[in-house]
Design a protein around this ligand. Sequence first.
Ligand code: COA
Ligand code: AMP
Ligand code: ZN
Length: 430
Amino acid sequence: MYWEPKLESMSRADLEALQARRLLATVAQCRQSPFYAAALGGPGRAAPTLAELARLPFTTKEDLRGHFPYGFLTVPQRDLVRLHCSSGTTGNPTVVFHNAHDLASWANLVARSLYGVGARDTDVFQNICGYGLFTGGLGFQYGAERLGALTIPAGAGNSHRQIKLMQDFGTSVVHAIPSYLGRLHEVFGELGLDPRRDTRLRLLVIGAEPHSEETRRRIEALFGVKAFNSYGLSEMNGPGVAFECEYQTGLHLWEDCFIPEIVDPDTLEPVPVGERGELVLTTLDRQAMPILRYRTRDLTRFIPGDCPCGRTHRRIDRIVGRSDDMFIIKGCNVFPIQVEKVLMRVPEVGQDYLIVLHSAAGADEMTIEVELRPECFEGDFGALEQLRRRIAAQIRDEVMVTPQVKLVEPGKLPRSEGKAVRVRDERGAR
Ligand code: COA
Ligand code: AMP
Ligand code: ZN
């Protein structure tokens, strides 16, 4: 049941010894990059032991963007074979570069994760996820291929075609974003089909956005199979950072490749085991762009105790939120400031706006209520409609999701006392 029995079930002492060796190598490698050469101080400073990890500086998204594009590179550019960018930033994107070793290591982690939930080389794996710069596309593609599964790079969208692919090729494993599976199930219904009866599906992998245990159970009931939680982020490769095992009691974080810490987001001090805080990750097996103590902004906790599966890598709980204002809609990361930036470029737009996230007919939607200057309502309806479409298109270009835009008169949006409330999330328990 293990992809790599020795690595997955090694004693904590051996695992920590491996981490310590890899941390030393990682810190030495980091010093090759302009950013860490400065942040870590001169080469004379003692290399850290595991216990001294906390003496290393944190790395933030702002650091990555501030040293765009090559400030974190530790190898010559000719060694690079791929880059991915994270969505959800204004200005410079967060870019991560990989060499051939990094991609092989990443694919192996995804294969390990998939094997752990029961996927095998006999499976047909359909990846219903954005390809391109999104890491869930190529990340799962190469991971499932490494596992030996027949892998269908289905991409996002076009639910009819997704269902046809599932039926034509006997798809047995699907990776998709949880909020999309409600929509997919609806389309099964519209076609008079039931995925429990009319497909060969045997398991689901869901991730890339926060979702509650109740949502998972609902998805499992709709599709009649188990759905396993997959966690990752582009800065740490993408999927394959932490994954549930067959027991579904938290996500094993692959500690041979990452050192996890959980800190209080305000004080940045470690929280007691079992308490929630922000996940901080250090890469241990990345060559082109190793990252030390990355503040993920994702809130979770370590689950104390051992897992019945016998893996020794610690488990984190499902992500319950963020320590910043990023939200995820249709699998796309969005910061309110991105929407604001677009709106403030439009001369007709007044001061206030509100982003409302809601569910409609099985799918998640984003509605943006935008306050216009009073004089805009004196013109004809056609001009307003044109403006509405222009704003929607510009926001879609920025955040990759098409919003509904509602234009409202000044004073019509709810006023908040103190800090303006920019996002109202009505999607229920996440
Ligand atoms: N995954 C897969 N398909 C999705 C989806 C998702 N998260 N969200 C929506 N879709 C489907 C819709 O159901 C629709 O297809 P259908 O009408 O045949 O059912 C189609 O994509 C277009 O959706 P719509 O909501 O009209 O478009 P949009 O312009 O708002 O969104 C997407 C465009 C879906 C392409 C964009 O949001 C996207 O690429 N999402 C996927 C992101 C992703 O994969 N993230 C993972 C990162 S690891
Ligand atoms: P990206 O870098 O675009 O892949 O987005 C990564 C972010 O998506 C993470 O930092 C989380 O906020 C979120 N995310 C990924 N997987 C999960 C998951 N399983 N549960 C909750 N949030 C997730
Ligand atoms: Zn386990």
